[in-house]
Design a protein around this ligand. Structure first.
Ligand code: DNO
Length: 388
């Protein structure tokens, strides 16, 4: 049994079209109704419309990524109770349309974060990159977050100062823009004032509290998901540690274990992102697949290369710090044991060839993901013959 291969599609405005995804060999698509404001209900009508579009292109809408959780829910402020009720209705509506897997995250304010979305390799192709010194410089000297220095060591502050003194104005401007990128699927960047105001709203919410809020949210929605026959898959923090003074609560094996312990239902599971969990040396990905396998509902296969200084770039899918061969083998064993085919998508890809001239969502150009998928599929095919 092979994994169910998908790619993310950002919707009708995506430069990468459904036909492209189908030609890449995907049976399914992962998408969201990005046009619906976070916190509002996804109606059956809107879900059906999108679903039919995908089916007309010869694929299925396999996974929802994401049904976003509002910052009000994450903070338990403002309209949070209403948003939870709306979320429950959305889950029921999603189920009524025959969809089965919902991905979400519980990262405050920002989703993933990179300092560079066009880090150029010697061969001219481009990748996403996280430069720790540039990020500290952004936090302390560009955004000027009050109290930011306290979150870093003297050596890190020194390196950030050096970065400010040596990087070109263009380079600094790029870092500034990248760190303020908005949510996935949105073309709007935050302004520094907006980010500072959003960060302030999280004052007094530490890791323990944010975890409590996550568990409260899940206690509310998981029974609804269970009754509707839907599973929820939380995406890990990316990068997997606190940023901008914000708590992060799904970064490590311990975080995953806490979730499993707090919410006993297997409907409460993971979007196992090897790129996000993998950007932390203390996460043993194979061990995590073995330990949490029953709760893995969706896979993001991606690889990062770390350098010991807190920097990492998105490597070729078979070449970073994660042993992709061993990961795929473990997944195949898991699927065999559970008698299921898990949905996967090649997460991010390098911008290359003709895509270098196109404006795509960072990480989501077609050709790089096609290459990643082809490589992953090759390993899977060979391994599945051996395992069978
Ligand atoms: C980045 C993605 C994330 C992911 C969300 C899930 O490329 O993996 O944006 O979709 O965190 O809610």
């Amino acid at each position: 049994m092979m994994m169910h291969q998908t790619m993310r599609w950002y919707g009708p405005h995506d430069v990468v079209q459904l036909a492209d995804i189908r030609q890449a060999g995907c049976a399914g698509v992962v998408t969201a109704l990005h046009q619906i404001p976070v916190g509002d209900v996804w109606t059956v009508e809107e879900i059906e419309k999108r679903k039919q579009m995908i089916e007309a292109a010869g694929m299925t809408w396999t996974v929802i990524e994401s049904l976003p959780v509002s910052d009000d829910i994450k903070r338990q402020t403002g309209n949070w109770l209403q948003h939870i009720e709306n979320y429950k209705i959305s889950i029921r509506n999603v189920a009524a349309c025959g969809l089965k897997v919902i991905t979400y995250n519980f990262m405050p304010v920002l989703d993933w974060l990179r300092t560079d979305v066009s880090y150029t390799f010697p061969n001219g192709s481009k990748a996403l990159y996280f430069n720790r010194s540039a990020f500290v410089a952004f936090d302390v000297y560009m955004l000027k977050r009050p109290g930011a220095e306290k979150d870093y060591s003297m050596a890190e502050i020194e390196k950030a100062r050096l970065y400010m003194n040596t990087a070109s104005e263009d380079e600094k401007e790029k870092v500034f823009r990248n760190c303020l990128l908005g949510l996935p699927g949105s073309d709007d960047a935050f302004t520094p004032e907006q980010v500072l105001a959003e960060l302030k709203k999280y004052e007094g919410i530490d890791t323990a509290k944010l975890k409590q809020h996550l568990f409260y949210f899940l206690e509310q929605v998981i029974p609804v998901a269970e009754a509707a026959g839907v599973v929820m898959a939380i995406h890990p923090d990316d990068p997997p540690y606190p940023v901008l003074g914000l708590p992060r609560i799904m970064s490590s094996e311990q975080d995953a274990a806490d979730l499993v312990q707090a919410v006993p239902s297997v409907a409460c599971g993971f979007c196992f992102c090897t790129g996000s969990f993998g950007a932390r040396p203390d996460n043993d990905l194979i061990k995590m697949i073995q330990r949490f396998g029953d709760r893995i509902h969706f896979l993001h296969l991606r690889n990062t290369k770390m350098d010991g200084e807190g920097n990492f770039f998105e490597a070729n899918h078979l070449e970073g710090d994660a042993d992709m061969f061993a990961i795929i083998k473990e997944i195949l064993l898991l699927m065999k044991r559970r008698h299921i085919s898990l949905p996967m998508r090649p997460d991010h890809g390098h911008q290359m060839l003709d895509d270098l001239h196109k404006k795509t969502y960072p990480g989501y150009s077609a050709i790089g993901r096609l290459k990643a998928l082809a490589e992953l599929r090759g390993i899977e095919y060979a391994l599945s013959r051996v395992i069978a």
